[in-house]
Design a protein around this ligand. Sequence first.
Ligand code: SF4
Length: 341
Amino acid sequence: MATGVLAGTPLTANEALEVLQADDAEILNLLAAAFLVRRHFFGRRVQLYFLLNAKSGLCPEDCGYCSQSKVSTADIPQYNLLTREKLLAGAQAAAKRKAKTYCLVISARSPSEKEIRTLEQIVPEIKQRYQLGICASLGLLTPEHARRLKACGVNRINHNLNTSSQYYAEICTTHGYQDRLNTLLASRDAGLELCSGGIIGMGESPQDVVDMALALRDLGVDSIPVNFYNPIPGTPLSQFDGEKNEIANETHSEGGKSADTENFRLTPNYCLKVLAMVRLTNPDREIRIAGGRELHLRSLQALGLYAANSLFVGDYLTTKGQLPEADYAMIGDLGFEIVAD
Ligand code: SF4
């Protein structure tokens, strides 16, 4: 499989599905294939990112997985866009934690004029002080938003497809998959790099995961964050009892149903298969193990880096990550190295 991919033959949809449906006993073979491809394009390097939840909660959208949605009752902090001092402190923390990119995220359908203006002022200052790349995740963007963000020095826009086009209506009704695509296309037209990935474990089928990975390949996004759904109590999707994902899981682990979590029954082995499949379908793209890493990969976290080449260091938007020292130790134990410049 890896030989064909490295020779330039794209993985087919059926082959990608076979990766997700492989017996758990095949996991090391799948990771070995993914690692051949990862090593070819990225060696043993690991790129670190640092997230700041720059505006939290009170979002008018109804994304069922999100603790910051208006329909969520999750107990999370709620605040408007952070002050200049706090945004600068976040940049300092990013640099201190060896991240090369500072990801500024706001909860919103779209950024307000005031929020865009704040970014126009702060982004040049952050870049001048800390030499960090800036990725902005601001919700739906117009072409004008995208042009202004590019002009002030934002390098990259994050806007996740999250799932397949056919499953999208199951996770959100206030905007659609096409709205997300339009934001990505407007951002690319403005000259911004694209970061777009998904969330695994929201009740979707393995076919949905494959369709999303192939859509990201077709878009040619630069960076792919793979999140594993962390069902925070109070979010609508957390009220599933795991039934949907249990069914999805049974289709991919006939030979060895490895330890289920009580949460949506994502298993560490399934998460690894997803990472391997995303690497094999998007061979030369940056792939980041994102939210839910600690919860769902558990003791197999390190193996994920044989497929992925990037991590968030520090906390996620509304949940805690493991300590940076644990990430550095894991990377060191693998014999991998953090990208230094
Ligand atoms: S638009 Fe973003 S912040 Fe708002 S509910 Fe959806 S994912 Fe959450």
